[in-house]
Design a protein around this ligand. Structure first.
Ligand code: LLP
Length: 433
């Protein structure tokens, strides 16, 4: 579902006119819809109601406190990947006891912090990491709940930078070595409590098949681990793909996403229909770690057109958001729909590159994109930017980080202030002479 639609020719997020937000808060500006996040959470939750399950939202997708608060209020847990993310969850009112801690490189300090907060499980990715967790737990006089991440060697058929479940990826413990790893923990690590098994094969999967292949391959392993080590949960990770290439031509008062279910290759229902029959007989708690699915379509990045420039080869629309604000096009050739806030009726489209102000050739939001004619001063919305947008933003070129707004019905909440120039140099020191 999308909550971005044209109402009388003006793009809205829920009931809020985006032009009014850009006028009030300036650009670049991230805008999120609470309605979409809530809808996506509830749809996923509902589709899995036959399973004892917990949705652990992958915080890395969008870690704004108000977004985490929204998920916590819905009853969700969290998949974190750093001490910083755990801190955010706690600040937002989330419960550590509903957090899983992923990642190949947890530091000692992070392990200590997570143990003190009482997380649900460390999802460990190597034997060396397990030994470290064991040692830290022992030094704190605690038992650490752990799961191992299995690398099932399944091709997720997604961009190579976001594929994680193949043997050549750095993630997890190889499928054929994992039982030995569990046996080693059980005999050697007295400060660990074996709690589960985890996997995550990649992100932005647009086909069900790799999920099914991985689940079928790993299900017998879950049975063995239940028998031998009494594991309580199996996390099937995240990775649910979203629709980026959706047309906004649905007209006034029409939900943008109405065509979505029919067009998208992967629906929540088809995901659940395929996976629940494999997971239900396992009779243990199922965890999911969706990131993009929860927030991707819920966000847009607003950016103002600064200049138009016609070169010999191309026409450039130069906007005030750059790769520092949204790096997905530069890093993964990510495709985001771009649309003006004022609907251009019947205008002839022209092919342009939408580029940012950063001094890099890779600084583009779209290349060879058919857009209606735009002028300096117009504001554009870069859609489906709610996941891995702001969280991957940087201060490159000393550009302050954008502000963020959470829309709820007719209300727009400023949930992060735009950085100031003072923010840019905070914590830096001149050398005393
Ligand atoms: N669980 C684990 C262990 C993960 O590493 C990830 C994502 C997720 C869950 C959530 O995956 P999702 O449901 O969002 O697909 N920056 C890239 C995506 C990187 C994904 C990293 N791991 C992008 O913008 O496409």
């Amino acid at each position: 579902m999308h909550s971005f639609r044209y109402i009388q020719g003006r793009l809205h997020c829920e009931n809020v006119d985006l032009e009014s937000l850009s006028a009030k808060h300036g650009t670049p500006l991230y805008v999120y819809s609470k309605e979409t996040i809530t809808d996506h959470y509830k749809r996923l939750d509902g589709a899995l109601d036959r399973l004892d399950h917990l949705i652990c939202y992958a915080v890395k997708a969008n870690s704004n406190l108000a977004i985490l608060q929204t998920i916590a209020d819905l009853g969700g847990g969290f998949d974190i990947v750093s001490g910083g993310e755990l801190y955010r969850v706690i600040q937002a009112g989330g419960r550590a006891s509903q957090c899983t801690f992923a990642g190949v490189g947890k530091t000692r300090a992070e392990i200590e912090y997570a143990l003190q907060q009482g997380i649900y499980s460390f999802n460990a990715e190597s034997e060396a990491e397990l030994r470290q967790i064991n040692e830290v737990a022992g030094s704190l006089g605690k038992k650490a709940p752990v799961a191992l991440r299995v690398n099932p060697n399944v091709d997720a058929k997604t961009h190579k930078y976001i594929s994680t479940g193949k043997s050549e990826n750095k993630f997890g413990v190889d499928f054929d070595r994992i039982l030995d790893a569990y046996a080693a923990i059980a005999t050697e690590c007295e400060h660990l409590e074996i709690r589960g098994l985890q996997m995550h094969i990649g992100s932005q999967l647009t086909s069900i098949d790799p999920f099914v292949e991985a689940a079928k391959k790993v299900a017998p392993l879950v049975e063995k681990l239940k028998e031998r080590h009494h594991i309580k949960f199996f996390s099937i990770g995240g990775g649910l793909g979203i629709v980026y290439r959706e047309s906004l031509d649905s007209g006034d008062q029409t939900w943008w996403g109405e065509k979505e279910e029919a067009e998208r290759p992967l629906t929540i229902q088809s995901y659940a229909d395929a996976l629940v029959p494999i997971l239900e007989p396992l009779k243990l708690r199922i965890l999911l770690e969706p990131g993009r699915f929860m927030v991707g379509n819920a966000g847009a990045l607003l950016s103002k057109v600064l200049y138009l420039k016609k070169g010999n080869a191309k026409k450039f629309v130069i906007v005030d958001a750059g790769m520092n604000d949204l790096i997905r096009p530069a890093l993964y050739e990510g495709w985001h729909q771009i649309t003006p806030l004022q609907k251009a009726e019947g205008a002839e489209l022209e092919k342009v590159d939408v580029v940012g102000p950063i001094c890099e050739t890779g600084d583009f939001l779209a290349q060879d994109r058919e857009l209606p004619p735009v002028q300096a001063g117009d504001t554009l919305a870069v859609l489906s930017a709610g996941a891995y947008g702001f969280t991957m933003a940087s201060n490159y070129n000393s550009r302050p980080l954008a502000a963020e707004i959470l829309v709820d019905g007719s209300e727009a909440h400023l949930v992060r202030e735009r950085q100031t120039l003072d923010d840019l140099v905070r914590g830096e020191h001149l050398v005393q002479k």
